[in-house]
Design a protein around this ligand. Structure first.
Ligand code: C2E
Ligand code: MG
Ligand code: MG
Ligand code: MG
Length: 295
């Protein structure tokens, strides 16, 4: 009976599995076309200073408008792109497009422009021998300062091997900032912090989700500990996935200075981010933050 059950469940499972494999293969080739046909674009999610209410930066997030399937979420194609290697040209496009956008904002809004743009980088990109040269060339071509660029990497990327670690060292030497994305979900967060030149910790959304009315201390522990850790190590801490004012207030009390999430702002087209800068005062201005959403 056990054998039959096993067989039966396999028989049920198999077509779906096959469909998924086929789907991924097709998605991979469609993704290749997408690059050529310019079906990819970027949205920019605001990162706010949750103490002053000022727009502090943005994170570039890739979007794929498929001619038939409509909007394909990154969760459905980033993995495919990583496995096929397409993430390398796609990531190059993302990096260059995001840096060019910040450079345009700087030209248009001067002192009211954000100081930083965050770009997600996959392990596969970091493994490319030419990655540091590529970043150098993009900074040169767009006229950005290295400190304007924050590269978001995950803990697992960093654990990829010594080559990746050397690459991160070289980027740090350049003056580019490094953020550990989805922080707290990985394998060996703490030892990692001493092995790589990290500047920013991005507390994973899952720990922010647990922050709510009446949450016990246990549910708040990771968020609170990451804030303290960042302070001790003199790193900047960003809380991601903030969906309520209550979460934002509690995170601020824990010591978070920067926040990102639907409560503060969804990923937006470049011109809408520009409109926020147009409404805000220069970061070096005399008035305090007027970005609007916070407070
Ligand atoms: P991530 O880097 O951790 O980016 C944050 C994700 O959380 C984004 O999803 C964002 O839209 C979402 N998010 C932000 N605030 C909230 C919130 O308050 N509630 C909820 N429910 N979600 C929120 P998105 O854009 O779908 O991206 C998913 C992941 O795909 C990213 O996670 C990142 O790992 C990857 N990704 C996106 N763009 C790129 C890219 O250009 N290159 C690479 N390598 N990966 C990318
Ligand atoms: Mg990210
Ligand atoms: Mg993240
Ligand atoms: Mg995430």
């Amino acid at each position: 009976a056990a054998k039959d059950a096993g067989k039966a469940s396999w028989a049920r499972f198999e077509p779906r599995m096959r469909a998924e494999v086929v789907n991924h293969a097709r998605l991979g080739s469609e993704l290749h076309n997408a690059l050529v046909r310019r079906e990819l674009y970027l949205l920019y999610q605001p990162v706010y200073d949750i103490v002053t209410g000022q727009l502090a930066g943005v994170e570039a997030l890739v979007r794929w408008e498929h001619p038939q399937r409509g909007n394909v979420p990154p969760g459905d194609f980033i993995g495919v792109a990583e496995r096929s290697g397409l993430i390398v040209p796609m990531g190059s496009w993302v990096l260059r497009t995001a840096c060019r956008q910040l450079s345009r904002w700087q030209a248009e809004y001067g002192g009211a422009a954000i100081a930083r743009i965050n770009v997600n980088v996959a392990a596969r990109q970091l493994r490319e021998a030419s990655f540091v040269d590529e970043v150098t060339a993009v900074l040169r071509d767009t006229g950005l300062q290295p400190g304007n660029l924050v590269l978001e990497v995950t803990e697992s990327s960093v654990l990829d091997g010594p080559h990746v670690r050397e690459t991160l060292e070289a980027l740090h030497e350049l003056g580019v900032r490094l953020a550990l994305d989805d922080f707290g979900t990985g394998q060996s967060s703490l030892s990692l912090l001493r092995a790589v030149p990290v500047d920013v910790l991005k507390l994973d959304k899952s720990f922010v989700d647990g922050i709510c009315e009446g949450a016990d201390r246990g549910r708040l522990a990771v968020a609170a500990a990451v804030a303290q850790l960042a302070e001790y190590l003199q790193l900047s801490a960003v809380a991601e996935g903030i969906e309520s004012a209550d979460q934002m207030n509690r995170l601020r009390e824990m010591g978070y200075r920067l926040g990102q999430g639907f409560h503060l702002g969804r990923p937006l087209p470049a011109d809408e981010v520009g409109a926020i800068m147009a409404r805000s005062v220069p970061a070096d201005g005399t008035l305090d933050g007027t970005a609007g959403v916070v407070r």
